[in-house]
Design a protein around this ligand. Structure first.
Ligand SMILES: Cc1cc2nc3c(=O)[nH]c(=O)nc-3n(C[C@H](O)[C@H](O)[C@H](O)COP(=O)(O)OP(=O)(O)OC[C@H]3O[C@@H](n4cnc5c(N)ncnc54)[C@H](O)[C@@H]3O)c2cc1C
Length: 297
């Protein structure tokens, strides 16, 4: 990798360990890690990668990723401080930039007596990651509250798309297909009672604390919900609760979570996932598709 190519970026590092940027605390080095300062740097990075035929991807908070022990080829573009901003557009619409945490977004809405984002409060990702994944929980989902999304296409075009144009479905949006870069999203909310909104956020957080193994590194629910079933229930019925493999474990608390119990490697996590997929398939004929994205060399 020719470092001179990247010398004009304000905040760039090389061979950056991805385990420092993922909630699973896993992943080897990426060749180049750019902390993008503004839209100009994002565009410059994408143009450069195109010209030099380098693979690239955008990183949010790394809470839905499993990255290889051998790391990643190419360039990670991370949304820097300039992309952590929330603003009120009018009485019921707020806009948040892609690097904003969902927690700050939900709190901003609550402080303005706006309901609709309570579901997002406990999801540990960024706005960009949540739009990409159509993140959701407890009957709420991004698609229900998104008004518009500002994005840069991989050709460098800046677009504002309506919620219909985002092609949202279960844990999916057009961003995954088109490899767009989410810059911001606006949310259409409703006026509500701030105390009730706070109560709902607290209740959902308590439910997470009770049910999820938040004390261990993970990437949340490892598998998508298979039609007509719950992944965690199938995994439990297949006898995998607590199944342990070289530091990786199917959580005792919630079988839908693979956790990094004791300094697991990515390889161990991936092998455990594959074992569980096979056991569930053999016993119930159901394919468990991963919700987490497994990436790297
Ligand atoms: C303890 C725990 C609980 C969780 N609970 C939930 C839950 O209840 N519901 C749920 O849906 N998810 C949950 N998750 C998963 C995760 O938090 C969500 O998928 C979240 O939306 C991912 O956001 P992120 O910023 O971390 O994205 P990342 O993990 O960084 O990236 C995920 C994908 O989005 C892409 N991406 C990120 N930002 C951008 C951008 N600006 N432009 C284009 N692409 C981008 C990345 O390239 C990658 O493909 C949980 C995770 C953990 C660890």
């Amino acid at each position: 990798m020719n470092k001179d190519l990247f010398s004009s970026f304000k905040n760039v590092s090389y061979q950056e360990p991805m385990k420092n940027h993922t909630s699973f605390q896993l992943g080897g080095p990426v060749d180049v890690f750019i902390e993008a300062q503004d839209l100009g740097e994002i565009k410059k990075a994408v143009d450069l990668c195109k010209r030099e035929s380098l693979p690239w991807m955008v990183l949010g908070k790394g809470t839905n990723l499993i990255i290889s022990d051998l790391g990643l080829d190419g360039v990670i573009i991370h949304m820097g401080e300039a992309f952590k901003k929330i603003e009120a557009i009018d009485e019921t619409v707020i806009r948040a930039y892609a690097g904003t945490s969902l927690k700050s977004l939900a709190e901003f809405a609550q402080e303005r007596s706006l309901e609709g984002l309570e579901f997002a409060h406990g999801i540990p990702g960024s706005v960009g990651g949540a739009i990409t994944m159509n993140a959701g929980a407890y009957d709420g989902e991004c698609v229900q509250v998104v008004k518009e999304v500002g994005l840069m296409t991989r050709q460098g075009e800046i677009l504002t798309l309506s919620v219909e144009e985002m092609d949202f479905s279960y844990r999916h949006s057009r961003v995954q297909r088109e490899k767009d870069i989410v810059l911001w999203a606006s949310f259409q909310l409703k006026k509500g009672d701030p105390l009730k909104i706070q109560e709902k956020m607290d209740d959902l957080w308590q439910r997470r604390l009770n049910k999820q193994p938040l004390e261990y590194p993970s990437a949340g629910s490892t598998f998508k919900r298979p039609p007509g079933h719950y992944a965690g229930q199938l995994i439990d019925l297949a006898g995998c609760r607590g199944l342990y493999h070289q530091g990786a474990q199917i959580s005792q608390k919630h079988c839908g979570f693979v956790i990094n119990k004791n300094q697991a490697s990515t390889q161990a996590v991936v092998e455990l996932i594959e074992t569980v997929q096979k056991l569930v398939k053999d016993q119930f004929g159901v394919d468990l598709e991963t919700e987490v994205k497994v990436l790297g060399r």
